[in-house]
Design a protein around this ligand. Sequence first.
Ligand SMILES: Cc1cc2nc3c(=O)[nH]c(=O)nc-3n(C[C@H](O)[C@H](O)[C@H](O)COP(=O)(O)O)c2cc1C
Length: 175
Amino acid sequence: MRPANDRDTGGRFLIVSYSYSGHTHRVAETLQRAIKGGWQEIYPWQPYPMAFPELLAQVKKEIQGHYRPRLLPVSHMPRPYPVIFVGTPNWCGTMAPPLASWLYQNDLSGKLILPFYSHCGGVPCDLRREIQALCPGAEVGEALGILDRETGDAAEQIHSWLLRLGLTAPLRQAT
Ligand SMILES: Cc1cc2nc3c(=O)[nH]c(=O)nc-3n(C[C@H](O)[C@H](O)[C@H](O)COP(=O)(O)O)c2cc1C
């Protein structure tokens, strides 16, 4: 993969993330401080149930049926951004359906997509492969997975990931 800062990013990074219970949100927040990009949180039109058994049943059904939930309107559109970070919780070994909706409904051809996710150490997910399948015209970089109990203190993991991606300048700004 071409290092992200070899691209004509002009410092234009967008973070798009979905979080149900706040862990992925914390990763996005730390990332945003490091890269100083725009941040778009996404929300399903119909909120997910609060109770875990109902949530799990609905999530399994949506994932099995490749259901793409309708999203609330967003203010940041991806078009001006050559590099887009996308974040999600790992749900049942895959991305949460709201992120799948967003990826599906936007043309991300020619962009570099950098995925991150939070998880509890259960069934693993291969976010890079999944996103590449959903967005064949985009380049997808290494995915960063952060344990949910470490999301409040993930700056080092995020900085190492940005370094591996070739995003060294934002790292210097962030420290
Ligand atoms: C419905 C559901 C399914 C989950 N499935 C997995 C899984 O397959 N593997 C895993 O490691 N964690 C799984 N988790 C744990 C979440 O990925 C983890 O707690 C994550 O940090 C939650 O992110 P959030 O607070 O941004 O929603 C699941 C959680 C929920 C609610």
